[in-house]
Each structure stands twice: as C-alpha cells, then as structure tokens.
Design a protein around this ligand. Structure first.
Ligand code: ADP
Ligand code: MG
Length: 226
C-alpha cells in the first residue's frame, strides 16, 4: 500500500448500456497534489469523479483512495471512508434548503462520535470564517448568492478533514469572476490542508495552477501533463 498516492485509478472501465463511458482510465495523483480534469462535455469527467468517490462502481479496473482499494470495502467501510476521507463539491451546490449555512456545514459531522458538539461547531464556524462567511452563518441557502452557496459547500466538504477533495465543475453555475474566486479558494483551502484535489474545470487559468492537467477524451485520458 502506497500512502504517498492520494488517488489511483487503474484500468477503469464503465459503461451505461451500450455506451462505453470510461474505456480504460489510468491515473495517479500523489497525496496533497492538485489535479485539474478538463475535456469536452460527454468525455466521461463526471463518471470519473463518480468512480473515484465510490458513488459509481467501475465495471473493471480498480480505484484506490489513500491506498484503500474501494472494491475491497464492504458497504459500511465504504460509507465511513466516504464520510471521513472524501469531500465532494458539486456544480449545483447541493445544500439542504431548510438548513442554515452553519447547519449545512455541520451535517457531515452528525455521525462523528469522537468529537463533542462544541468542537464540531467550532470547526464548522472556523471553516465558514475561512471561506469569508462569518456574517452569513445563520442564512439559509436561498438567502445567499451562488458564490456564497458554493463557499458553504466547500466548507461542508472539508469539515471532516478529508484526505481527498473532488469537485465536478464547481463553478458551472457561477459567473466567471465569482467562479474564479471560488476556484482559487478551493485551491487555497486544499493546499493549506495538504488535501489531494481532483477538480473538473473549464477555467484554464486555474488549471494552469494545478500540479497536473488531465485531459479526458471519449472515455480515455488523452493527455496527462505533470
Ligand atoms: N447514469 C447514466 N446513464 C446513462 N448514460 C450516462 C449516465 N451518466 C452519464 N452517461 C453518459 O455518459 C457519457 C459521459 O458522461 P459524463 O461522465 O457525465 O461526461 P462529462 O462529465 O465529461 O460531460 C455521456 O454521454 C452521458 O450521457
Ligand atoms: Mg460532467
């Protein structure tokens, strides 16, 4: 087991019916590094994020997160790994509308028996502070701008201190300027925590700041630039 590898994907294939969406993907992102995934719509980027997160099962090949082969985990272990080690940020923010920003961030800590409620609140509050929302903690998602909602989602993804953070076009619903600021924040927050980042983005300026750029084409990695 190599703990220096944050994310490893070996020969992964995935099909939906007759459609072969991943056609043998090999990828290795060293722990603590930032990999940007680019490529046209339909090239398999979201499916790649899906198999790395454990939400989707590959048809063949294997996925290792921090040295753990996902196919070797039972349902409970997988749920635990996903909850504690994998943070995910989606394009549509995916916040719970009826909960405040603070409660949205606290949600993933709900099953954490090792930490007191006070500590969890302190952690969530600090993260919201770091994403610039110290005065928005009691606001509901509908009372926040898109950029603010995505900042809440970033804080939520980081609250359990994941070793890897996945983001699928996290700025797809934001204007360019807000999107760039959100990506820079994601990048900075990940760096500060030595989190392995796998981020699908169309922002080539941000991709240029990544440690590696992975270009997907027709279900394969066309080009990986390290
Ligand atoms: N659950 C699914 N069922 C059927 N087809 C799917 C499913 N998810 C994705 N696809 C198809 O797989 C291809 C790749 O999708 P996706 O991974 O979302 O690409 P990207 O994120 O690069 O746009 C697309 O043609 C898409 O329509
Ligand atoms: Mg996609």
């Amino acid at each position: 087991m190599n703990n220096e590898t944050g994310i490893q994907v070996d020969g992964v294939t995935k099909r939906y019916g007759a459609l072969e969406v991943l056609r043998g993907v090999d990828l290795s992102v060293p722990a603590g590094k930032f990999a940007a995934v680019i490529g046209k719509s339909g090239s398999g980027k979201s499916t790649l994020i899906g198999v790395v997160s454990g939400l989707e099962k590959p048809d063949s090949g294997r996925v290792l997160v921090q040295g753990h082969d996902l196919s070797h985990l039972d349902q409970r272990q997988m749920a635990e790994l996903r909850r504690l080690s994998i943070g995910i940020v989606f394009q549509n923010f995916s916040l719970i509308p009826s909960l405040s920003a603070l409660d949205n961030v606290l949600l993933p800590t709900f099953f954490d028996e090792r930490t007191s409620v006070r500590e969890r609140r302190a952690r969530a509050t600090e993260l919201l502070d770091q994403v610039g929302l110290h005065d928005r903690m009691q606001h509901r998602p509908s009372e926040l701008s898109g950029g603010e909602q995505q900042r809440v989602a970033i804080a939520r993804a980081l609250v359990n201190g994941p070793s890897i953070l996945l983001a699928d076009e996290p700025t797809g619903n934001l204007d360019t300027e807000t999107g760039t600021a959100v990506l820079e924040l994601l990048f900075a927050m990940g760096r500060a925590r030595a989190t392995t980042l796998l981020v699908v983005t169309h922002d080539l300026d941000i991709a240029a700041k990544a440690d590696m750029i992975i270009e997907m084409k027709d279900g394969r990695i066309q080009h990986a630039n390290t």
